[in-house]
Design a protein around this ligand. Structure first.
Ligand SMILES: [Zn+2]
Length: 395
């Protein structure tokens, strides 16, 4: 038997792999920080034999509450992923699985590899109204890719979408895959949106962390979503270059895409504090709910807090109201709609092995259907302008 994780986005420590019924593993820390949650490993063993895999000390991970009611994902071909029976006793996460083939991968969520990221850039750049540029280099010298979709012309709204500041939140890049698919298609609503808006998309803010198999941090051990107030070219160049581009190009709507370890639903938190923008955010969420059954507004960080649950998140974490998160920074500096989207690891209603359903399709569809609330918000801001113009001509 062989257990390996020495590949793009792999991560696990092997403590014991002598027999299939008593495999013992441990989560690995991010390369330069004590965060640990992400895992992704391959087991080469005997098909048809029951395997019991213990991930010990999971209770000491960064988000221990993430393990209850959670199911590990497995795949034989790394294309089709399914849930495998998983138990959690408060400390050990146990996988009980009889693999049908001699090689199987297990992961915290469906990986989005750097190889796939490169393919995503190439496919998008082939469209004549999509331009690929490099904003700068990461800590390890990887390119920080930006896709510009549509044409930046006077009067057009600038929509920024960034994803995967936290590399283990791979659902964020699956979301981008859906968004790109929709924007680059001949779909009428996308064409119409591109007549009044241009998209700036950073599909992966943290390619180093993604390749390293980190969960939360970049190669220098920094949580990028805590460095927007003062990014450094040395330790957080990813934020430094994206923030610079935001200031150069401007922004009218900002979306930061994440995954949440604990809440089993997709939700949006607004970084805005003005009443007008909070209202816009509420309207956006309702429109999104209409467009996609997997988006909801009943459960979010505010509802958790109201229920007395401690939350630590991207935007409204008690200790981080210092404009250090992307959504807070953009809301404060640009005074525009600035939203944090979270999608769950504890995915609801996904398939078992026999069904071979792919949970990432939920993320892809959420990406595609965000066109509707975006188009709606763009149209109301245009109405605002024509109202203002009408008032001016009367006055
Ligand atoms: Zn996150």
């Amino acid at each position: 038997m062989k257990i390996s994780s020495n590949f793009d986005s792999g991560s696990i420590d092997v403590l014991d792999q002598k027999t299939p019924d008593s495999i013992v593993l441990k989560l690995k820390n991010d390369n330069q920080s004590s965060n640990r949650q992400w895992f992704n490993f391959r087991v080469e063993s005997t098909a048809g034999v029951p395997h019991s895999i213990d991930i010990v000390e999971a209770g000491n991970s960064t988000f221990p509450k993430g393990w209850s009611d959670y199911q590990v994902l497995g795949s034989y071909d790394q294309n089709n992923w399914f849930q495998v029976p998983t138990e959690y006793d408060g400390n050990t996460l146990r996988i009980n699985h009889t693999p049908a083939f001699s090689q199987v991968n297990y992961a915290y969520y469906i990986p989005y590899t750097y190889a796939r990221h490169k393919e995503q850039m190439a496919t998008a750049a082939a469209a004549d109204f999509c331009k690929h540029t490099v904003l700068g280099s990461t800590v390890k010298g990887r390119p920080l890719d930006l896709l510009t979709i549509g044409y930046d012309e006077p009067g057009k709204k600038k929509i920024w979408v960034i994803a995967r500041q936290h590399p283990g939140e791979t659902m964020a890049q699956w979301f981008i895959e859906g968004l790109l698919g929709q924007l680059l298609s001949s779909d009428e609503s996308s064409r119409s949106l591109l007549n009044s808006a241009v998209f700036y998309i950073v599909p992966n803010m943290n390619p180093d962390g993604s390749v390293l198999g980190n969960h939360r941090t970049n190669a220098a051990g920094c949580n990028l979503n805590r460095h927007w107030h003062q990014p450094s070219k040395l330790d957080t160049p990813e934020v430094y270059f994206v923030r610079k581009a935001l200031h150069e190009k401007g922004v009218d709507i900002f979306l930061d895409i994440h995954g949440d370890e604990e809440i089993p639903n997709s939700f949006i938190m607004s970084g805005n504090s003005s009443n007008a923008l909070k209202k816009q955010a509420d309207r956006f969420k309702r429109q999104y709910m209409d467009a996609n059954n997997n988006f909801q507004i009943a459960q979010d960080y505010d509802s958790q807090k109201a229920a007395g649950v401690t939350v630590c998140c991207g935007s409204n974490c008690g200790g981080s109201r210092n404009k250090s998160t992307a959504t807070d920074y953009v809301a404060h500096h640009f005074g525009c709609l600035s939203l944090l989207l979270e999608m769950p690891y504890k995915s609801v209603a996904t398939g078992t092995e026999g069904q071979r359903s792919n949970p990432q399709n939920i993320n892809i569809e959420l990406g595609a259907s965000i066109i509707k609330p975006l188009s709606d918000i763009i149209s109301i801001s245009r109405e605002d302008c024509s109202e203002r113009a009408a008032l001016t001509s009367v006055g």
